[in-house]
Design a protein around this ligand. Structure first.
Ligand code: OGA
Ligand code: NI
Length: 332
């Protein structure tokens, strides 16, 4: 961390901070709107998730990654994008990365039982869980975190609706966040990144969905690039703030808002220290048609993107960035 932060070419970003306990809604919405127009990254504080509970979640995450690889491979991710993702499984920036990301992950989505009429949809389904004898209480902790993070996402969704001049409950509908796709991902980064050699903890990308709530430990690593077309690109560190989420808007919301709200390029550099983070990816319902929001178009500002179904869009993005599952089955 020292090397990177002392490097004078590496700026530290200052982001707006949205306080969910602030009664001055007008102020919160204005601040959120400004951040969304500028870079789509902001901090969220006073979200109501207890600090000690957060520590438990990170402790449990560490315990999972500390298991022998053989044990982790028992819950290898399935075709519904749930479960363990080994090192190099994801390659977010194929143009600049020699291998995949130097991270391991564990995807957990909303548990949808087999008798649910929507069970067969690509991002719904049951989660694989590590053996409860090996990691007691693990599933319960993760399920509780999933619920809590979803609650916070809904609160941010209300502010986003207001910032877009929509009805406060606009995104609460069943076809949107009322029955969303919401996936948390435990991550462990290891190793030292070297951009000159194409080695990254997490390659440059913008997130696929509507918004992401990122919880991190205290280790620096996340960087954003506000102007992806600048040459050379300028990267700024986003320092973690204890107890705060780093929230960023994804490509689906950029599309939905006709390019009004930004989804910004970001990446993670490893400095040799282990780093743990938990992004919580929020997208609308599978069947949601993502088409220009009513307040984001006018006669002089026509829709720039064709409408697309949420699950079609997401499936495409997952396929472009993740290894084919068959490579693991050939090995075993
Ligand atoms: C991601 C991501 C950042 C981090 O998983 O999409 O950008 O700090 N993660 O882990
Ligand atoms: Ni990301």
């Amino acid at each position: 961390m020292e090397n990177h932060t002392k490097d004078s070419t590496m700026k530290v970003s200052s982001l707006n901070c949205i306080d969910l306990a602030n009664d001055d809604l007008y102020h919160s919405v204005a601040s959120l709107k400004q951040a969304s127009l500028d870079c789509g990254f902001f901090y969220v504080i006073n979200h109501g998730i207890n600090e000690e509970f957060m520590e438990d979640v990170f402790e449990q995450s560490k315990k999972f990654f500390a298991l022998p690889l053989e044990e982790k491979m028992k819950v290898l991710r399935n075709e519904k994008h749930r479960g363990y993702t080994p090192v190099l499984d994801e390659k977010l920036d194929p143009k600049n990365q020699v291998n995949g990301d130097h991270k391991e992950g564990y995807y957990i989505g909303i548990e949808v039982p087999k008798d649910d009429p929507h069970w067969d949809k690509p991002f719904y389904g049951p989660n694989p869980w590590p053996d409860a004898d090996v990691l007691p209480g693990w599933r319960e902790t993760m399920e509780k975190y999933h619920q809590e993070a979803l609650r916070v996402s809904m609160a941010i969704g209300k502010l986003l609706a207001l910032a877009l001049d929509l009805d406060v409950k606009y995104f609460d509908r069943t076809e949107m966040l009322g029955k969303p796709i919401a996936t948390m991902r435990l991550l462990r980064y290891q190793g030292i990144s070297d951009p000159s050699k194409g080695i990254y903890a997490c390659g440059a990308h913008s997130d696929f969905g509507m918004m992401t709530l990122l919880a991190t430990d205290g280790v620096m690593g996340l960087q954003i690039c506000k102007d992806k077309n600048a040459t050379p690109q300028k990267w700024e560190y986003v320092p973690p703030i204890k107890g705060a989420f780093i929230v960023n808007l994804g490509d689906m919301l950029e599309r939905w808002s006709n390019g009004f709200f930004k989804s910004t390029l970001h990446r993670v550099l490893g400095n040799g220290q282990e780093r743990y983070s938990i992004p919580f990816f929020v997208e609308p319902n599978h069947d949601c048609l993502v088409e220009c929001l009513p307040t984001c178009k006018s006669e002089s500002d026509l829709p720039k993107y064709p409408p697309i179904k949420c699950s079609t869009y997401l499936t495409q993005r997952y396929e472009e960035t993740h290894a084919k599952l068959s490579i693991y089955h050939q090995q075993t």
